[in-house]
Ligand binder design. Structure first.
Ligand SMILES: Cc1ncc(COP(=O)(O)O)c(C=O)c1O
Length: 468
């Protein structure tokens, strides 16, 4: 048995196959051994090579046959055009933050933090423990595991001032990520064709979820200080909307955190209009100069529907979030969640509650705060030095992103393309506006890998800005 003998048999059989009709039976291994004076291993090796080349196929117990060559023909899905008609809304196939960058690029477009910022040791230990527990084999209740419900309710209860009745574990519905929660809340509490007020700019995923659920988005201007309460009241009056989606803490993309006065004012406006505030506390664990202050902690009348996710701070693989809602709103949310997802994997819920109840979780959050501060400051300094045309309205007190205004004359498409050609991916601000953007913006995530390369990234943005 040697490679030369194998190659000799492969060559000879390739010539034979070229003339044989598709489906012809290849001589048996025994016949080939006799014909070529080769051992069984050499013949088997030759047959494996021919199979790997796609020339033969073996049918166990029957023999080996010349593979039937199927002629390549273009597949025709044209009939689906008639069946599907036009889409109700045109939703982008993949938003920029969800794109995977090439490994060598400086990926400032990303939506989730680098794994260096995750509590890796806690996550691995928690998943191993969860795998050994009953959670690996049992179905959890539709509203969530009681331990995790209690943890989410307890976290919000700790922030509740005296005189406000804290939420109970029953008010918590565990979700497979808060993105699914947005769709559920919009469907369950607003409904197709009804208006939903939304900060502008706002999280692209909320804009997409609203479009997909058929909710009609009404933008309310917002910025580094959050929305204007009077403008919000006017929008409620004009549209008859009964819900306002907002991010009072470290908004994606602006990084804004509402002041205590604004939190009170917005709650007042929402109450006065008999409406809901859908509070997306996505960056609860990403405070840098301040800590997150949920508006929901100040409401016990069911006006605030509170979304809290662990996917960015625990692990993007542990897709666990929760919505805290009271009264009939909670029941409607649970009904929608049940119809869409039934329940969230108990294994993931067990791992999530394990991580956030370890003493190491608090230590991790303290170190995360330091790392985010240093990364935010590095990227802001790099921009100021190398891309002065990218203007920051403020240094965000928390969150993961810088939101930069560019000169009015900037061609955003060209800027993004030029940066990408130079190995830097950035997210065009357009995706964060529910209507026409009032100017060109970019969003840059400072929690991405390789902060040492931020100055290189800023240099590329600066050069591309002077061309675009
Ligand atoms: C503001 C905001 N809300 C919700 C989400 C969805 O997060 P997840 O579904 O991972 O909980 C994101 C993710 O980027 C976000 O930025």
């Amino acid at each position: 048995m040697n490679n030369d003998s194998t190659a000799r048999i492969v060559d000879a059989l390739q010539r034979w196959i070229a003339q044989a009709p598709p489906g012809a039976k290849v001589p048996s291994n025994r016949a080939l051994m006799a014909e070529y004076g080769a051992g069984p291993v050499t013949v088997q090796k030759a047959m494996r090579k021919l199979a790997a080349l796609g020339l033969v196929e073996s049918r166990p117990g029957v023999g080996t046959f010349v593979r039937t060559v199927r002629t390549a023909r273009p597949l025709d899905y044209g009939w689906q055009t008639g069946a599907l008609r036009s889409p109700r809304t045109r939703i982008p196939a993949l938003s920029t933050p969800m794109r995977s960058g090439r490994p060598d690029t400086i990926g400032l477009h990303a939506g989730y933090p680098d794994r260096e910022l995750l509590p890796e040791r806690l996550v691995r230990a928690a998943l191993a423990r969860a795998a050994r527990s009953d959670a690996a084999l049992t179905r959890t209740p539709a509203a969530g595991s009681p331990e995790l419900q209690a943890w989410f309710a307890g976290e919000l209860a700790e922030a509740a001032p005296v005189g406000v009745a804290p939420p109970s574990p029953r008010d918590v519905v565990v979700l497979p990520g808060s993105q699914s929660g947005l769709s559920t809340v919009f469907r369950a509490l607003v409904g197709s064709g009804s208006p939903l007020l939304m900060e502008s700019p706002s999280y692209w995923g909320a804009i997409v979820a609203a479009a997909q659920t058929g909710v009609h988005v009404v933008p309310v201007p917002s910025g580094a200080d959050g929305p204007d309460a009077e403008e919000l009241a006017r929008a409620f009056d004009e549209t008859g909307a009964r819900a306002f989606y907002a991010q009072p803490n470290y908004a994606n993309p602006t990084g804004a955190q509402w002041s205590a006065e604004l939190r009170e004012e917005v709650l007042g406006v929402v109450r006065a209009h008999g409406a809901f505030l859908v509070e997306d506390d996505w960056a609860h664990d990403f405070g840098i100069d301040t800590s997150a202050q949920p508006v929901a902690a100040h409401d016990d009348a069911g006006h605030v529907v509170y979304l809290r996710s662990l996917t960015k701070s625990v692990s993007p693989s542990i897709r666990v979030a929760a919505v805290v809602a009271r009264g009939p709103a909670r029941d409607r949310i649970l009904a929608d969640h049940g119809a869409v997802s039934m329940y969230v994997s108990g294994l993931l819920q067990a791992a999530a509650v394990d991580v956030v109840t370890q003493p190491g979780w608090r230590t991790h959050l303290r170190s995360l705060r330091r790392q985010l501060r240093s990364r935010r400051d590095m990227l802001a300094a790099a921009l100021a030095e190398h891309a002065p045309g990218a203007h920051l309205a403020h240094l965000p007190p928390g969150g993961l992103n810088l939101w930069a205004r560019l000169p009015d004359s900037t061609s955003l498409d060209r800027l993004v393309r030029d940066c990408e050609a130079e190995g830097v991916t950035i997210a065009p601000g357009t995706e964060w506006f529910p209507a026409e953007p009032p100017g060109p913006y970019i969003r840059l995530n400072y929690s991405v890998p390789d902060p040492d390369r931020f100055p290189d990234g800023a240099r590329v943005i600066g050069r591309a800005l002077s061309d675009a």
